[in-house]
Design a protein around this ligand. Structure first.
Ligand code: ADP
Length: 530
């Protein structure tokens, strides 16, 4: 697509330079633009910050008519409309909170054959709920003025994605309602499963999928061993912020509102300038925190994932995950907010087995499937393969012999020692412990299982053998490994206050015993930067 000349090619280049003031396209942008201008349905998959908006904003100016942009985030749409207006590109926005006059104005634009407006942004809720909007859109179509429908964050259609929004399902009617109007879906979520699902839901099966690489060569990836105490975590964060990331901007992600508040407070007590951001805060305090961070008054924001889409700060130098993300898709998006300026930035994750269950109980209560989380754990447990290769493979990208350039902890430290662990012996022991617990009607959490394995905790749960001859932390890794492989499974119990994850034997547990399977576990020594 990129190499071919089309009737619109010279206009595309002119608009790129004169209107957007951009010198050249980034990878795959021109492919996306050409495919949609030639009337094809397409899905554009690009990592966050790669420049997806240009793929519909620029085509909107090439041909007559209106481009509808459907996007879930009001603040993001407001930013876009503002920046388009500065470029003298007429764009309007309609959300469920728009004042009546604005709504009426947008509705009239759809009917008005003489309008000069090129882009109309609308939330999926608005589209799904406003009969008048749909009626006027139909009129716009009948007049031949509906040029294109762009659907941002299109993975929100799919339950398999990480951000399902029920109103996105409604978008399935668009391709039938408006035949011959090209649909351009955009997302940073690339798994084949989600993309297929999105095509099905939008009724554009077999459409072009334009995918740019997910490799972010300037991001350094690292796992740090997470201390078991909050005090220990704070001390690591303090050290990182005071020394390694002195005078730099970043985000610390936590998985609960309480954690974000507690950590922010503790870091402030230690003299650091940090803000806190989560969904329970009023909109204007959130905006204030965001601004203070933008202006570099705050070095870091300690946030839940509510601090997400719409962050447009290019010099974010570090993203620290105080708790693992709930999936690799989430991790990629969250860590991807670093280094948009192309300069080196670091993505550090604090990992320890205990956090698996903090997240799994949340994930299980909301979406019921743990596969996504287990993908994240696999990334954390990994001590042998290049981390960016794991990320690429997760997104079904062919890694080949791409060079990491020592931009992950593994490639920096290729001679990490490994330890052979015979699963046969250990699984038998773990299996015995689980049987013992069942006999005495005790439910085992992973921590209790680990204790019993290392001959700690209640005596009646312990086994008759010797204590494993490796570290407890390696024991944690073995249990986590058995869990993501399905040898052990989580068994959730709901109380009025919380969800608890207990450990049961998985269907394969006994198969291991027959297999004499030897695990080659990396011996982690990730307590600090090399
Ligand atoms: P995404 O939606 O993929 O996360 P955006 O569309 O918000 O990314 O673009 C990220 C930033 O990159 C914006 O500031 C945008 O102006 C800029 N940008 C997009 N395309 C180009 C390009 N070809 N050259 C330079 N900057 C670009």
């Amino acid at each position: 697509w990129a190499g071919t000349t089309y009737e619109w090619s010279s206009d595309v280049n002119r608009v790129l330079h004169n209107v957007f003031k951009i010198n050249s396209f980034r990878p795959k942008q021109l492919d996306a633009i050409n495919s949609t201008l030639s009337g094809q349905h397409a899905l554009v998959v690009m990592p966050t910050g790669a420049g997806k908006s240009l793929c519909y904003q620029l085509p909107a100016l090439i041909k007559p008519g209106i481009t509808i942009v459907i996007s879930p985030l009001i603040s993001l749409m407001e930013d876009q409309v503002r920046s388009l207006t500065i470029k003298n590109i007429p764009a309007k926005l309609m959300t469920s909170t728009s004042p009546k006059e604005e709504t009426t104005a947008v509705l009239n634009i759809l009917k008005d054959k003489n309008t000069h407006v090129k882009l109309v942004y609308v939330t999926p809720e608005r589209l799904a709920k406003s009969k008048r909007f749909m009626a006027n859109l139909q009129k716009c179509y009948a007049d031949g003025r509906l040029q294109r429908i762009a659907i941002d964050e299109v993975h929100c259609c799919s339950q398999w994605g990480h951000d399902f929004r029920p109103d996105y399902k409604f978008l399935g009617i668009l391709s039938n309602m408006f035949p011959n109007v090209p649909i351009l879906g955009l997302t940073a979520t690339a798994t084949a499963h989600v993309l297929n699902d999105v095509q099905k839901i939008l009724n554009i099966q077999g459409c072009l999928v334009i995918k740019s690489t997910f490799n972010r060569p300037n991001l350094f990836y690292k796992i740090l061993e997470k201390p078991t105490s909050q005090e220990g975590c704070i001390s690591i964060l303090e050290k990182l912020l005071k020394y390694r990331y002195k005078d730099e901007s970043g985000i610390i992600y936590t998985n609960s509102i309480k954690d974000s508040e507690d950590l922010a407070e503790e870091l402030r007590k230690r003299g650091l300038k940090v803000g806190c951001y989560h969904a329970n805060m009023e909109a204007d305090s959130r905006t204030k925190v965001h601004n203070k961070w933008h202006e570099k008054y705050y070095q870091a924001i300690v946030a839940t994932v509510a601090f997400g889409m719409g962050i447009d700060k290019s010099d974010v130098r570090f993203i620290i995950h105080h708790t693992i993300s709930k999936s690799m898709e989430n991790y990629y998006q969250e860590s991807g907010r670093a280094g948009r300026d192309g300069l080196r930035a670091e993505c550090v994750t604090l990992y320890r087995m205990q956090d698996i269950f903090k997240v799994s109980t949340m994930v299980f209560s909301s979406i019921g499937s743990l596969d996504h989380l287990y993908g994240m754990i696999k990334y954390c447990l990994n001590g042998r393969f290049c981390r960016r290769q794991l990320i690429a493979e997760h997104f079904d990208e062919d890694w080949g012999d791409t060079d990491c350039n020592k931009m992950c902890d593994i490639c920096c430290n290729p001679n990490i020692s490994t330890r052979e662990i015979s699963l046969e012996n250990h699984c038998r022991v773990l299996s015995d412990i689980i049987d013992n617990a069942e006999k005495c009607d005790t439910k085992l959490t992973a921590q209790k299982l680990l204790d019993a394995w290392f001959l700690k905790g209640p005596v009646n749960l312990r086994h008759k053998g010797k204590e494993p001859n490796f570290s407890r932390i390696l024991g944690e890794d073995v249990i986590a490994f058995l869990l993501i492989q399905g040898y052990l499974v989580e068994d959730f119990h709901f109380t009025a206050y919380s969800t608890i994850s207990y450990i049961k034997k998985g269907p394969n547990m006994d198969a291991v015993v027959d297999d004499d399977y030897t695990l080659k576990m990396p011996v982690r020594k990730y307590s600090d930067f090399e």
